[in-house]
Design a protein around this ligand. Structure first.
Ligand code: 8YV
Length: 326
């Protein structure tokens, strides 16, 4: 019997795909930093039983309705806003993701971004690189304290809770807003639930880790930035589309908030001419929340196991639309 066919949309380390090679014929787009062209992907899904894909590939209705054999799409990410899950579910296609394995790594980066922004670390490094450090002054590159301040976390899922855990080490007061109450976070981390409005008004650091949904799209708009303290620092490590970037630019250049640390943008990848990138009070980084070598390997292994399990008729470890399995 022919083995099922799996297409991988980006070059991943071969050693992370061992179990997949045992059960499937595998072909992989050979470039690491260049997405597979849409035409090639449309061609591949005509025969694929499984696709291992990335956030940069749109797995939309057109693609899913031209995939007669497709049984599983495994996203190399915890988020899955690049996939039309409703259409996939109607067609009985399993959608898998990579939760848990990236939570601590993404929380480390989020906290690092917060610290870099508050303490002007990137601006300070550039100051030396540009040969500007000629003298010392009491307020040279003076930033803002982190310890004992109030952090407000929007999206208290696994990553949000891992950020909150780090905030306890800085003895911060922790506020959170989430679709549902997280009693464990309240008990174990001393986090306090509050409304979105209350959170943005009271927090010194506003950290967005909420998934992109119809409810969160454009959540951080002109009104929201106006409600924040003028000393507030905004950190976004979820999705660019939760922010109205024009409103953020206005807030940062008109003293409505103090600074922003951004790992994600509305239209990625962005160029050096993006209006937010060269503001002195912005630290911008290229969507690297989960990008540690260790975690990227484990993500690839999990995505690969997710496909293997679905193809073998077993329950995958992480599935978004479990109803397709019944
Ligand atoms: C992705 C992410 O893994 O997991 C997510 O949802 O945003 C990132 O960690 C990365 O962009 C690769 O797709």
């Amino acid at each position: 019997m022919n083995k099922p066919y799996v297409f991988i949309t980006r070059k991943l380390p071969e050693e992370t795909l061992k179990n997949l090679y045992e059960v499937a014929e595998v072909s992989m787009w050979p470039k690491e930093e260049e997405p597979v062209p849409r035409e090639r992907l449309l061609e591949e899904v005509k025969r694929a039983d499984g696709i291992l894909t990335m956030l940069s590939d749109k797995i939309d209705e057109e693609l899913l309705t031209n995939a007669p054999n497709l049984k599983v799409v495994a996203n190399f990410a915890v988020g899955f806003d690049n996939i039309d899950v409703d259409t996939a579910t109607k067609k009985g296609i399993a959608i898998c993701n990579t939760p848990d394995v990236l939570s601590d790594t993404t929380a480390d980066l989020t906290f690092g971004l917060l610290m870099a922004t508050a303490r002007r670390i990137v601006e300070s490094a550039q100051y030396i690189q540009e040969g500007k450090w000629k003298n010392w002054g009491p307020l040279l590159m003076a930033g803002t304290d982190i310890h004992h301040k109030t952090i407000g976390i929007i999206g208290m899922g696994r990553i949000g809770q891992a950020v909150a855990k780090r905030a306890t080490g800085f003895e911060m007061e922790i506020l959170y807003h989430n679709r549902s109450r997280k009693e464990a976070a309240e008990k174990e981390l001393g986090a306090t639930y509050c409304s979105f409005e209350e959170l943005i008004e009271k927090s010194d650091y506003i950290v967005c880790l909420a998934p992109l949904t119809p409810e969160t799209r454009g959540l951080f708009n002109e009104k929201a930035f106006k409600q924040m303290k003028t000393s507030a620092i905004f950190i976004n490590a979820s999705r660019g589309d939760v922010v109205d970037e024009q409103a953020l630019y206005h807030a940062l250049t008109n003293g409505e908030i103090q600074a922003a640390g951004l790992d994600v943008f509305q239209n990625e990848p962005i160029g050096a001419d993006h209006p937010l990138v060269n503001l002195p009070n912005v630290v911008a980084i290229p969507h690297i929340g989960s990008a540690s070598v260790e975690t990227r390997m484990v993500m690839a292994e999990l995505a690969s196991r997710n496909i293997t399990n679905v193809l073998l008729g077993k329950k995958p470890e992480a599935i978004v639309n479990e109803m397709v399995l019944t």
